[in-house]
Write a protein that binds this ligand. Structure first.
Ligand code: SF4
Ligand code: SF4
Length: 111
């Protein structure tokens, strides 16, 4: 493994393909979050304004918390069900063996 991924301490890279495949946009935990929904409404334009393969700053993306760490929005309902286990990124990176394994928006990124 490269030193970079070791020093980052994260299992999941913060890259466009993971942002695009993330299921957080469908998650009940964020469904009624005005803050997260507002970020989603701006995200498409934001991504279109960037170059090919360039990822928006993490605070503009209400997802890939497994990579970026806890949500910047504070109005998420963590009592609802996390759907990370339905996500191809979760599967690909073996996050069943990570710490934490779910609710990255609340518990922080997967290591
Ligand atoms: S595992 Fe969860 S936080 Fe990570 S990309 Fe998938 S849905 Fe998003
Ligand atoms: S990390 Fe899990 S609980 Fe949080 S928004 Fe994404 S799918 Fe939902």
């Amino acid at each position: 493994m490269s030193n970079m991924s070791k020093s980052a301490g994260a299992k999941v890279p913060y890259i466009v393909s993971n942002i695009e495949r993330c299921m957080c946009s469908q998650c009940p935990v964020q469904a009624d979050s005005v803050c997260a929904q507002d970020k989603y409404s701006r995200l498409k334009n934001e991504m279109e304004s960037l170059g090919e393969g360039e990822a928006p700053e993490p605070h503009k993306v209400p997802g890939v918390y497994c990579s970026a760490g806890t949500a910047t929005c504070s109005d998420l309902d963590k009592n609802r069900d996390c759907i990370c286990k339905t996500c191809p990124v979760w599967e690909e990176h073996g996050l069943e063996n990570a710490n934490p394994i779910m609710y990255f928006c609340n518990s922080g990124r997967a290591t």
